[in-house]
Ligand binder design. Structure first.
Ligand SMILES: [Fe+2]
Ligand SMILES: [Fe+2]
Length: 471
């Protein structure tokens, strides 16, 4: 088991001390990261004591330690999952050959791009969420927000380590730029659109962690298959942390549903206006948020047809999530039936991998929906069940780009589509209503009126534990 050396400036299990040049380069980047954290990370809570988990090993039973930490003192470190002995390439044209411990020259710029694109999303989400602390519904939620934030910071470290260790001067320059682009910045935005959308309320935060962090899970899973072994090992450990982020989303939305059903029962109505007047989120409004964040996250998988992802797969750079579940790992002789606005089209499977990934992502998204809908049905409101929007809805990339499609996937006249769009995604007044609910609650054990308390606390602590000490 590779232990983590905490006596060093940068905790790590990659024997940084044995590579002085790399260590110095990362120690040079570290204060810039901290400057970024102070300037672009959560506002105003830097001196609070937060009950955070910190990675202390990559051991599957007991990799984290919990305790009160001031966020700027969080030990961001570099942790790779343990190597797999004699690991072989699991897919593509070089299947069966030994995995790479160094970057092959011919794939250098493509791999760098993949790592930079992944790395860019990590600090982006911290920037998107930086104001949320001011309107937290409880200390429990505030702690979860900060936990997600510090871990996204660590995921940035994970990618920056790869850039520094394997990509020389280009990699160091990319690492600098990861701190210079900012979410929503007009001149230097983050690379992917979804990561430039502001997250100004907690309903959006729950949706983001449910849908967008789950895209992260699928990207990490496909990079964990990579023939480039250090990338694979880095991503495998990141997935361990990522699971909590989606937990925050799934339980967050579940708690909103629960609270709304309670209010509906108290009032004896499903009238959205009355539910809103009582300070809760009506289910059709929640559906609009789901439509917005799901469709926006679906774009992150790219076009249905992609020669880049075909090449990435064939060359062993990026596999499918859980590659081992498939039978054919080369895909030179299979095809995929793609649906397009003009009808169906048969395309080589290799070129359809973004779509394959999007489909398995959506299946994963369904799991939470089923759970929430069970609660809705039990409360006698089966007619208000929540749904995922069709993959054709509100796409800004690929075959369905800018097509007038409703959330069920039906093509409409453009004029009626435009009239109805704000019935499907949050309108300005919907957003204003949600913002009006966002009143800060920071008394231990207290909860805002629009969301039910969680079923249990963090790490066996009670729900009412003082997860953040504000001073
Ligand atoms: Fe992440
Ligand atoms: Fe995440």
């Amino acid at each position: 088991m590779s232990g983590i050396n905490y006596s060093e400036k940068i905790p790590n299990n990659v024997d940084l001390v044995g590579d002085r040049t790399l260590q110095r380069a990362l120690e040079h980047w570290q204060p810039k990261f901290l400057d970024w954290w102070r300037g672009m990370g959560p506002t105003d809570f830097q001196s609070a004591d937060v009950y955070l988990r910190t990675a202390v090993s990559v051991d599957s039973d007991g990799w984290a330690q919990y305790g009160a930490v001031k966020m700027p003192d969080y030990r961001w470190g570099i942790f790779l999952a343990d190597p797999v002995a004699d690991r072989r390439i699991g897919f593509g044209d070089q299947m069966g050959q030994p995995a790479w411990q160094q970057v092959p020259g011919e794939y250098r710029s493509t791999l760098r791009r993949l790592i930079v694109t992944q790395g860019d999303t990590e600090p982006a989400s911290v920037e998107q969420q930086r104001l949320l602390g001011h309107t937290c519904p409880s200390l429990y939620d505030l702690r979860n927000l900060f936990q997600v934030n510090v871990e996204e910071g660590r995921h940035l470290w994970a990618m920056v380590y790869l850039l520094h260790a394997y990509f020389g001067r280009d990699g160091r320059e990319e690492a600098e730029e990861l701190l210079q682009r900012h979410s929503g910045d007009a001149d230097k935005p983050r690379i992917l659109t979804t990561f430039n959308e502001p997250i100004s309320d907690w309903l959006s935060f729950y949706c983001f962690t449910y849908f967008t962090d789950r895209d992260g899970k699928y990207q990490l899973k496909s990079l964990a298959e990579s023939a480039f072994d250090p990338l694979s090992r880095t991503c495998r450990f990141m997935l361990t942390e990522e699971a909590h982020h989606m937990f925050v989303g799934e339980t967050g939305i579940g708690r909103v549903v629960k609270r709304t059903l309670e209010v509906m029962k108290e009032l004896g109505t499903d009238d959205p206006a009355k539910i809103r007047a009582a300070g809760a989120v009506d289910l059709p409004l929640l559906q609009k948020y789901l439509n917005f964040w799901c469709s926006s996250s679906l774009d992150l998988f790219g076009s249905e047809q992609s020669s880049n992802s075909a090449a990435n797969f064939a060359n062993g750079l990026k596999g499918r999530p859980d590659e081992a579940q498939y039978e054919d790992h080369v895909l030179r002789s299979s095809s995929f039936k793609l649906s397009t606005p003009g009808g169906g089209e048969e395309i080589p499977m290799l070129n359809a991998l973004n779509e394959v990934m999007r489909e398995s992502y959506l299946k994963d998204c369904e799991i939470g929906l089923k759970r929430w809908n069970r609660a809705i049905e039990r409360a006698g409101h089966a007619g208000l069940a929540l749904r995922l929007p069709s993959t054709r809805f509100r796409r800004s990339i690929g075959a369905w780009l800018d097509q007038p499609v409703d959330p069920s996937g039906k093509l409409l006249e453009r004029s009626s589509y435009e009239k109805k769009l704000l019935d499907w995604i949050p309108s300005e007044s919907d957003r204003a209503f949600v913002r009006s609910l966002m009143q800060r609650v920071v008394e231990p054990g207290k909860m805002a009126g629009w969301v039910a308390p969680p079923e249990r606390g963090i790490n066996n602590q009670p729900v009412g534990y003082e997860y953040v000490k504000l001073h």
